[in-house]
Structures are given as C-alpha cells and as structure tokens.
Design a protein around this ligand. Sequence first.
Ligand code: ATP
Length: 255
Amino acid sequence: MTSLEAHGLIVDVPGRASGRPLDLRMAPGERWGVLGPNGAGKTTLLHTLAGLRVPRGGEVHLEGRALSRWRRREVARRLGVVFQERHDEFPASVLETALIGRHPYLSPWQREGETDIARAREALRHLELEHLEDRLVSSLSGGERQRVSLATVLTQAPCWWLVDEPTNHLDLHHQVATMALLEQQARQGCGVVMCLHDLNLAARWCSHLLLLYPDGEACWGAARDMLVPEALERLYNQALTTVDVDGAPVFVPVR
Ligand SMILES: Nc1ncnc2c1ncn2[C@@H]1O[C@H](COP(=O)(O)OP(=O)(O)OP(=O)(O)O)[C@@H](O)[C@H]1O
C-alpha cells in the first residue's frame, strides 16, 4: 500500500494563520492537482509532503507510517520531486543529471551500472532529450531543463511524483506530453501530486483537486466536484466564464 496521507496537517507558511488542517488520503492511481493563487502555499505543501519541510502541525504518512520515521534513502526511492526552482549551474551533462535519479539505489561510492545508464537513456528518450545527453544542463533552454528534471524523476522511478508546476516553460506539445506522462505513471500505479496554475490543465488531467486559499482555508475532493466556477472565482479573485469543449469545462478569465 503506497498511500500518501495528511493527518491534521498544517503547512508552515510563515506569517500566516494555520487555517484548516488537511486530512486527506491520496491513493495510487490518483492525480491530485493543487490550485491556489500566488503565495497560497502550494510549493510549501509539496515540500512538506516530500518531508523537506517540517509542518506546523500534524503529520504526513507514507505507506501508513509517519514520514519523519522513514530513512531519507527509503523516502527517496518512493517520492520523486520536480522542483519549481532549480540551481543546476553545477557543470553536469544531461545524462549525468538524469542518473542522479539512480542515487537512492546506489551505495555512496558506487558508480552507476549499465542498467542505470539504460534507464536514464530511456527516460531521456521519453522526454525527447536523447540528442542532448552530452550537453551541459546549464546550456539548455528553460523548457529543456524542465524536461531534464522530469527525466531525472522518471529515471528514479518513484511511487509518488510530487511536481511543482509540471508545465513550467513548456511549449504546448510538451505540456500535453508531460501531462500524458504523469497520467501514464498514474495508470501504472503511481500517485501524482502537482501544483498547477492552469485551471484547464487541471480540469483535463487531474482526478482530484485541492484548493488552497490565501488565508489557509482549503477544500479538496474529486475534480468534478471541485470545478465549481463560483469557488474558482473566489479562489483566484477573478471572474471566469465557462465554456464546454467536448463535454469538459474550459475556464476563461473575463476581462
Ligand atoms: N523561507 C521563507 N521565509 C518567509 N516567507 C516564506 C518562506 N518560504 C515561503 N514563504 C512565503 O510563504 C508563502 C507561500 O509560499 P509558496 O511558495 O508555498 O506559495 P505558492 O502557492 O507556491 O506560490 P506561487 O504560485 O507564487 O508559486 C509566500 O507568501 C512566501 O513568500
């Protein structure tokens, strides 16, 4: 059982009231979208779920056990994180960077083997990066770097994907390809939690949504129950108009 659960979780957003504690269970196969305006705490929540930030209250449970009781290495085999901010000025090639995804499986001074390299190359192929494997990551475009981050987590093969704005910097084709990759991972039994700014990507690709309001209030549930125009307008403090495209809602901001 590889569920990821929040038990009375209060994310520690500096200077903000605690708001509503999060009590939710995310199951394998589910794709959770975290929505909210700038500064609502989406990234802070993602980092808390990854065990990289201590919550103000409550606990995160992985496979039924508090995350704080796991060894980091074991967590790293199960949780893969795609960060919004990257500091990859360290001179590493695309292939070397993807291979970082194998580190949780290797002992400290063990070199990557042929199987690890084959996995990394397969991930680079999946992200359409195979022609760039020898390039320094620091020389890549923003969208290419984003795809290297996704390829690194694909190489890691975690049970849970925690992704901060998966489509950051990506063109339309790669946005759809990335959401399809996350959907495929979920179909294969992974869980996905992703912070999103694009309501329409959330409506199209998420099975569940968690709405985070700036005052710490929150609500969550099946995506079809959460995509209520009035709730979304309040979330973003922005009037929306809704149109139907192929039976799915598309939200357009009103000028
Ligand atoms: N180390 C810190 N010190 C002070 N304030 C912080 C710190 N980390 C985060 N914050 C504040 O906490 C709030 C939540 O930040 P967070 O990055 O989680 O928001 P977000 O919902 O992901 O925003 P965005 O949509 O802009 O990415 C912000 O107001 C941010 O300025």
